[in-house]
Design a protein around this ligand. Structure first.
Ligand code: PLP
Length: 429
């Protein structure tokens, strides 16, 4: 495979963009080589600027759950475009998307739309603090909740990939109220509550996707919710990745758990910048203009994004692809394990619904510390062999691969052939 045009654009990009990317996860820092520039996408595939074709398991890190350029989404966008792009006033579709979200999540009476997952989460934290009158929050090591100051500690995703402990430029004051617990370890949460009486909320990825896929064990989430509430604190369930992806009603529906505040993003914008946070009336009535917690946005509830979101969620509701996602993930898991065994490569595969990824390790992965034991050099070899065989994966051991509804059996066959070659390459490294 040749990457001549991507390399040319990368060199040009370096001049006026930071690292030629607008988000560090797009850089190929941990796998080596230069990032690819994508020209277009259709269905389950994308094409780069050198006309190389790939089956896409990145899907813009989750939003493109229907694949690229879904007909109904495209129609909805075109219709919305003809009415104008943004007004600084309410439009009918904001209510329509809010209705869909509230119907899907029984714990949400009211919702506020924002422009990104980051914004949804930072607003949810402010809301939890406003509601409880307390300052501290607990997050879990390896969970990523966007790049707001208070949450850029022990975060996964790009920080894990780049092995950064946090970020420069975050003042001590901004993180002094952030406490860190271990995923799947309720005791580590209790310890903080025993020491501090001013904890407003615990925030968690219900199915972690930003340290690679890590599943909640047993009754961890239910026990966490009960414990947190018993301490008069709130549980913020960050479903920016899992909302409408693990199940229509998110991880909450799938796992039978409830949130006090839910954060959404990614899928709900159908490929456009949207985030949302929602909760029961009692909590949401704290938000301006009903209450005194301020949060605003010039482009929030943007008409084009609302149209794309409504069309995407409507299609998901109709198709109900979640059983199929499970089956496909099971098939992929079997393939990965079989090929790894064939070439004697140690891997662990974690998957949940439409999120899956192999870890290059021989030990089970239940938290961030364990995930970090993975052999990222092996992943880098695997990654490039997959690229060279037409499979686009996130360029990091610590990111989930995403499935779309348009992934075909033929795509899976092609993926299997690529995995065979990639495991062989890992074995021969
Ligand atoms: C992606 C993600 C975010 C941040 O969303 P952005 O739209 O990138 O700001 C927050 N939380 C989780 C769980 C995510 O996966």
């Amino acid at each position: 495979m040749k990457f001549k045009n991507s390399e040319k654009l990368y060199q040009q990009g370096l001049e006026h963009l930071v690292g030629a990317v607008n988000s560090p996860v797009r850089a190929f820092a941990s796998v080596g080589g230069n990032p690819l520039f994508i020209k277009k996408g259709k269905g389950s595939k994308i094409i780069d600027v050198d006309n190389n074709k790939y089956i896409d398991y990145v899907l813009s890190y989750g939003p493109m759950i229907l694949g690229h350029r879904n007909k109904n989404v495209e129609k909805a966008i075109q219709k919305a475009l003809r009415n104008g792009y943004t007004f600084g006033a309410s439009t009918k579709n904001e209510i329509k998307l809010a209705k869909i979200v509230c119907a899907a999540f029984p714990t949400i009476d009211k919702v506020r739309f924002v422009n990104s997952g980051t914004e949804a989460v930072l607003s949810a934290l402010r809301l939890a603090r406003a509601f409880t009158g307390k300052d501290k929050i607990i997050k879990f090591s390896g969970c990523y909740h966007g790049h707001s100051d208070a949450l850029l500690v022990a975060a996964g995703s790009g920080l894990a990939t780049l092995s950064l402990p946090g970020s420069k430029g975050v003042p001590e004051g901004a993180v002094k109220n952030t406490l860190i617990a271990n995923y799947n370890d309720l005791e580590s949460v209790k310890k903080h509550f025993e020491k501090h009486d001013d904890i407003a909320a615990v925030i968690i990825e219900p199915i972690a996707g930003n340290m690679g896929v890590v599943l909640p064990q047993g009754n961890f989430l239910k026990e966490l919710k009960a414990y947190v509430n018993s301490k008069n604190a709130l549980l913020i369930v960050d479903e920016v990745m899992t909302g409408f992806r693990s199940k229509f009603g998110g991880a909450q529906e799938l796992l039978g758990i409830t949130a006090d505040i839910t954060c959404l993003g990614k899928v709900i914008g159908g490929g456009f910048p949207v985030g949302a946070y929602g909760a029961r009336n009692e909590i949401m009535e704290m938000v301006a203009p009903l209450g005194d917690m301020y949060q605003a946005g010039t482009l929030s509830g943007n008409p084009i994004a609302m149209a794309a979101g409504i069309a995407t969620l409507t299609a998901l509701k109709k198709q109900d692809p979640y059983e199929q996602f499970n089956e496909t993930a099971n098939v992929l898991e079997r393939i990965l394990l079989a090929k790894a065994k064939k070439y004697n490569v140690a891997i662990e595969v974690n998957h949940f619904g439409s999120m899956i990824n192999p870890f290059f390790t021989d030990k089970a992965i239940t938290n961030f510390q364990e995930a970090q034991q993975s052999d990222t050099k092996k992943f880098a070899i695997f990654f490039w062999e997959m690229i060279n065989n037409g499979i686009f994966l996130p360029p990091s051991q610590f990111e989930a691969w995403f499935l779309s509804t348009v992934l075909s059996e033929k795509d899976i066959d092609k993926t299997e052939k690529a995995i065979d070659k990639a495991m062989k390459a890992v074995a021969n490294m």
